[in-house]
Design a protein around this ligand. Structure first.
Ligand code: GLU
Length: 308
């Protein structure tokens, strides 16, 4: 089977330079191998996302010359409309005895958890796994609504990232039991992304390196649910000159400003330079980059950008 990639943005704001780099690399990965690209709208959290941002995002991608073969603002490709599939996977995990309710509040979780991981998340100590039925009932009666966690095994999950090389985590020790459904009923990213990648036939996942630490638990979830895990390629993050990661709140580098400041070819050239595909930033179209694209050229580490 050929390469089937995806770009899976969360429409919670305008894209920034870092999102664009991941989008360009996901597009090049697919176009350089004659594959297909799916655009999935990750709007699980309907409070934080909007179709308006999704429309804007699609317009920004097209402006940059990045197209897709399937997806966009169609129910089949919007996570907010795919609950039925997540529910089914949740039931499968439940039937395997891997799901348990967690009544901890955020502050309790922080207090009772093992050391922070590199990504700032805490490793949950599994406290609620050991609750008796009686204790659960008592908590329910006191008005607590549980989130739902999946029980992680003491297992080293190793993978070979197509850009960053070997990476592995012991799920119980480095990751801990993680939430697959929030207390308000919304399914969590980790479950939804696995179900969607599997059901959409995605076999190449290209995305920012901030998600590298999610890959082992996603590989494991794929396996537990009976799917073939995709191949992962994690792309360099862009850092501001002071070492801070670019984020959506940095309005200075969002697509609104970038489109006013650069032409599409200038911006593509800049991204291609950060991606190691050009020796210096110069005008280029995304299409012109296809023939020379290779993961071997893409940096493994974060890239500092200096945009005055
Ligand atoms: N929706 C996530 C984001 O916008 C990306 C998830 C993924 O690529 O797995 O950051």
């Amino acid at each position: 089977m050929g390469v089937r990639g995806r770009f899976a943005p969360t429409p919670s704001g305008r894209m920034h330079l870092g999102n664009l780099l991941a989008a360009l690399l996901a597009w090049l990965d697919v176009r350089s191998s004659g594959g297909e690209l799916v655009l999935r709208i990750e709007d699980l959290d309907t409070q934080r996302t909007s179709p308006e941002f999704a429309r804007q995002l699609m317009d920004d991608l097209r402006w940059l010359g990045l197209d897709w073969d399937e997806g966009g603002l169609e129910p089949d490709y919007m996570q907010s409309c795919r609950t039925v599939y997540y529910e089914k996977a949740f039931q499968t995990l439940e039937a395997k005895g891997l799901i348990y309710p967690c009544y901890c509040t955020r502050s309790e979780r922080m207090a009772a958890s093992a050391p922070h991981r590199d990504d700032g998340a805490v490793v949950y100590d599994g406290k609620c796994f050991y609750l008796t039925i009686g204790e659960r009932i008592k908590l329910e009666r006191s008005g607590r609504r549980p989130a739902w966690r999946v029980r992680c095994p003491d297992l080293l999950v190793s993978m070979e990232d197509g850009n960053c090389g070997p990476y592995g985590e012991n799920l119980a020790r480095d990751c801990g039991d993680f939430i697959v459904r929030r207390s308000d009923g919304v399914f969590a990213y980790q479950l939804a992304v696995v179900v969607d990648d599997a059901l959409m036939g995605v076999n190449h996942v290209v995305r920012g390196r901030d998600l590298l630490c999610s890959a082992p638990r996603q590989v494991w979830l794929h396996q537990v649910l009976g799917y073939e895990p995709p191949k992962f390629f994690h792309t360099p993050l862009l850092l501001a000159a002071d070492g801070r990661r670019l984020a959506k709140r940095d309005r200075d580098l969002d697509m609104g400003t970038l489109r006013r400041r650069y032409t599409a070819q200038e911006l593509t050239g800049l991204l291609a330079f950060y991606a190691g595909l050009l020796e210096r930033p110069e005008k280029v179209t995304a299409k012109e980059l296809v023939s020379q694209f290779s993961w071997a050229k893409v940096p493994k580490n974060d890239v500092v950008v200096c945009l005055s």
